[in-house]
Design a protein around this ligand. Structure first.
Ligand SMILES: Cc1ncc(COP(=O)(O)O)c(C=O)c1O
Length: 381
C-alpha cells in the first residue's frame, strides 16, 4: 500500500484496539487510563450505553435528512440544550455545524455582519481552529493563509489595560477561550473577563467565548459563562457537545442573531439527526442530578493526586487541568513516562505543562491511578 496520510500528527506508540469508559484497551490486552478523553470529546466516556441506545434508535428512525426538512431530533435537541444555557435577557439562538473551527467561523461572521465593522481582537496564545477566520485569530507559529479575511489584532492575554486600549468602536468582536487550553490551561486574571464585558458594552464590540473545550460541563458548570459569572454575546462549542460525534454550535443572544441575515449560514451535515440526537443526550445527561458534582469532586481528587513527583503546580478547573512539571524535566518526557505506567495524559504548547481532559464520568477514586503512576516515575528530561 503506497497511500499515506499527510503527516499532520505526531502519533503516540499506543496500539489501541478498543476503549471502554475511561480505559483504552491495547492490542496486547493492556488497559491504559485515559486522562486525555479524546481531547475533551468523550464527555460520557467511551462506549456509553445510553448514547449507544440513542444513536442506534436514531439511525433506524431517521439516519439523515436535508436541512430543508425539520425533524424531531432537532426539536428534541433544542429543548434539551436550552435549560443549561446561561441567562440572557433576549434568549439565545443556535446554528449547527460540524467542528469548532466552523462554529468560530460563524460566530465571527455574525459579529462582522451585525456590527458592520472589520476588526477582530484576539489574544496571544489563542487557538480557535484551522479554517481561514479561525486561523486568523489563532496564535500559531506557522501562518496558515497569506491574508486574514478581516483585520485581526493580537493583544497580550489577560492584561486589562491593553484590552481597554485595543477594544474601541472599530472592533466587531473580541474572541477568547475563557481558559486558554493549548497555551497550557492558562486562566484569566481575576476580573479580566468582567473588564472585557464592560469594554465590549461600552464600544459595541461583541464578546465571543470559544467554549470548544470549556463547554458541555467541562469546568464543573454547564458553560464557562456560569463558571466565571460573565455572559458573552456569542459563544461556540464543539468537541464534547455530542460525546464523540462531529458537531459545532454557534450560540448567539437573540438580539444579535436576529440582526443578521440567516442566509449567511449553511451546512450540509450540520444539524443532522444523528449528531443532534447525540447532543440532546449529552445535554440531558450533564443536567442529571450529581453529574456536575462528580466533575467537581473528580477535579479535586485529580488535583490532589497530581501534586507529587515531577508535578509542582496544578491549574485549571473541573476536568480541564494543566499540570506544571519541575525545572528538571519536560511535559513530553513526563507524558511518555506516564504512558509506560499505563496512564495517558496530553501535552500543550507550553513545554512545561501537561493537560488532563478526561471523560466527565471519571470517578474520584480513579485519580489514585495517576498518583501511583507519578510515584513510580523516574523521569529524565
Ligand atoms: C479552543 C478551541 N477552539 C477551536 C478548536 C477547533 O476545533 P475543531 O478541531 O473541531 O475544528 C479547538 C480544537 O482543538 C480548540 O481547542
Amino acid at each position: 500500500m503506497s497511500l499515506r496520510e499527510i503527516d499532520a500528527y505526531a502519533r503516540l506508540p499506543l496500539p489501541v484496539v478498543a476503549a471502554q469508559d475511561n480505559e483504552l484497551i491495547l492490542e496486547d490486552g493492556r488497559r491504559v487510563l485515559d486522562l486525555y478523553g479524546g481531547h475533551c470529546v468523550n464527555t460520557l466516556g467511551a462506549g456509553d450505553v445510553g448514547l449507544a441506545r440513542v444513536l442506534s434508535r436514531q439511525w433506524h428512525e431517521l439516519s439523515f435528512a436535508t436541512n430543508l426538512l425539520d425533524h424531531a431530533p432537532r426539536r428534541d435537541f433544542l429543548a434539551a440544550f436550552e435549560p443549561n444555557l446561561p441567562l440572557a435577557p433576549s434568549g439565545w439562538q443556535v446554528f449547527c455545524t460540524n467542528s469548532g473551527a466552523e462554529a468560530n467561523e460563524n460566530a465571527l461572521k455574525l459579529a462582522l455582519a451585525f456590527t458592520r465593522r472589520r476588526k477582530v481582537v484576539y489574544f496571544k496564545g489563542a487557538f480557535h481552529g484551522r479554517t481561514a477566520a479561525a486561523a486568523a485569530v489563532s496564535d500559531t507559529k506557522l501562518p496558515a493563509f497569506p491574508n486574514a479575511p478581516f483585520d485581526a489584532l493580537k493583544i497580550p492575554w489577560s492584561q486589562s489595560e491593553v484590552a481597554q486600549w485595543a477594544i474601541d468602536d472599530s472592533v466587531a468582536a473580541v474572541i477568547l477561550e475563557p481558559y486558554q487550553s493549548l497555551a497550557g490551561v492558562t486562566e484569566p486574571a481575576p476580573g479580566f473577563l468582567e473588564k472585557l464585558r464592560e469594554r465590549c458594552d461600552q464600544t459595541g464590540a461583541l464578546l465571543v467565548f470559544d467554549e470548544v473545550q470549556t463547554g458541555s460541563g467541562r469546568l464543573g458548570s454547564f458553560w464557562a459563562a456560569q463558571h466565571f459569572g460573565v455572559v458573552p454575546d456569542v459563544f461556540t462549542t464543539a468537541k464534547g457537545a455530542a460525546g464523540g460525534l462531529p458537531i459545532g454550535l454557534t450560540v448567539a443572544q437573540t438580539k444579535f442573531a436576529s440582526g443578521v441575515p440567516g442566509k449567511l449560514f449553511g451546512s450540509t451535515f450540520g444539524g443532522g439527526p444523528l449528531a443532534l440526537a447525540a447532543a440532546a443526550e449529552v445535554a440531558r445527561r450533564i443536567a442529571e442530578p450529581g453529574f456536575l458534582a462528580n466533575v467537581r469532586a473528580t477535579s479535586a481528587a485529580l488535583k490532589q493526586a497530581a501534586l507529587r513527583g515531577p508535578i509542582v503546580r496544578v491549574r485549571g478547573a473541573g476536568l480541564l487541568l494543566g499540570l506544571v512539571v519541575n525545572s528538571d524535566t519536560s511535559a513530553a518526557a513526563v507524558r511518555d513516562a506516564l504512558l509506560a505506567q499505563g496512564v495517558l495524559v496530553g501535552t500543550s504548547d507550553d513545554p512545561k505543562v501537561l493537560r488532563l481532559s478526561p471523560a466527565l464520568t471519571l470517578r474520584p477514586h480513579e485519580a489514585e491511578r495517576l498518583a501511583r503512576a507519578l510515584d513510580a516515575l523516574t523521569v529524565r528530561a
